[in-house]
Ligand binder design. Structure first.
Ligand SMILES: [Cu+2]
Length: 292
């Protein structure tokens, strides 16, 4: 009897906790409402099965409790019951999986005209690259990555010269414009996730992965690395700011192109050499200690 009551209380408690708990999805800010719907459907199906199984167990525990005058019957086969169970399980699995297949098909079908933006993941920060005026991202190679050319853009590729390179964790995107994010990693597995956009994807060294979405609300959002990527993983946070189109264009116009950033890096290096030669600067700080 006590076990049956406990099972009913566990069922009731779980349902009430699910309905009133404060931890739920953050308000959505992209076109991926269908992903929320598929998760809701999964909750409904698994929740219904959870409640049915627990209440059935409680009922069995009570109805078939110990009775010295009763004898159990051994019945290993019940074809009718098995067909019912197979049928109901099949229907439940189809209801859960079919919407997911539709959602995934939409998720990997990038609409024509979506703007491409590259996201570069590295332990433990983010960088972003826009294609520039020609609308094409220049070629890259990991062999070309260094302190000045953090994206490894090929300086011989004319299409890369106007690429807008942002070696900073803050990304701006325009409102209501579909965008395809292309992901590269320079070291280990990472994952770019903005909870409000409901889209995430593993970032794998040696290949380019992607997803697309349309931002639907102006605002500032946290971008999280969602793959445990080393001791500094918890620090790997970026910011995505969704702007109205004019604000976005104004921000983008202020960002350096690859050509400009390389020229500035070369100029800074030349100035450093000039200071060294004239004795105004010393190689290394005398007061600093090298710590290994
Ligand atoms: Cu990471």
């Amino acid at each position: 009897m006590y076990v049956a009551v406990a099972l009913v209380l566990v069922t009731l408690g779980t349902v009430v906790f699910h309905l009133v708990n404060p931890w739920w999805f953050t308000p959505i800010a992209s076109n991926w409402g269908f992903i929320d719907t598929t998760i809701d459907i999964t909750f409904w199906v698994t929740g219904t099965v959870f409640i049915a199984v627990l209440l059935f167990t409680a009922w069995c525990t009570y109805k078939y409790r110990y009775d010295p005058n009763r004898r159990s019957v051994y019945e290993p086969e019940n074809k009718k019951l098995e067909w019912w169970l197979i049928g109901l399980t099949t229907i439940g699995v189809i209801i859960m999986l079919a919407p997911g297949l539709v959602a995934w098909n939409e998720f990997v079908t990038v609409p024509k005209g979506a703007a491409e933006v590259e996201v570069l993941a590295k332990q433990w920060s983010w960088g972003y690259r826009f294609p520039g005026k020609d609308g094409v991202l220049g070629k890259t190679s990991v062999k070309l990555i260094d302190d000045d050319n953090v994206f490894g853009v090929d300086p011989k590729d004319a299409k890369g010269q106007d690429d807008v390179v942002i070696d900073d964790s803050e990304l701006h995107l325009p409102l209501d414009k579909p965008v395809k994010l292309l992901f590269r990693s320079t070291d280990v597995l990472h994952n770019f996730f903005v909870p409000q956009f409901r889209a995430k994807m593993d970032i794998i060294p040696g290949t380019v992965t992607y997803y697309w979405f349309t931002p639907t609300k102006v605002g500032t959002y946290n971008a999280l690395c969602f793959e445990l990527c080393g001791t500094g993983h918890y620090l790997m946070r970026g910011t995505v700011i969704i702007d109205k189109e004019n604000d976005f264009k104004a921000w983008l116009a202020e960002q350096p192109t690859f050509e400009k950033s390389m020229k500035e890096a070369a100029r800074a290096a030349n100035q450093g050499f000039a200071k060294l030669e004239s004795g105004q600067a010393k190689p290394g700080n005398e007061n600093s200690k090298r710590v290994f």
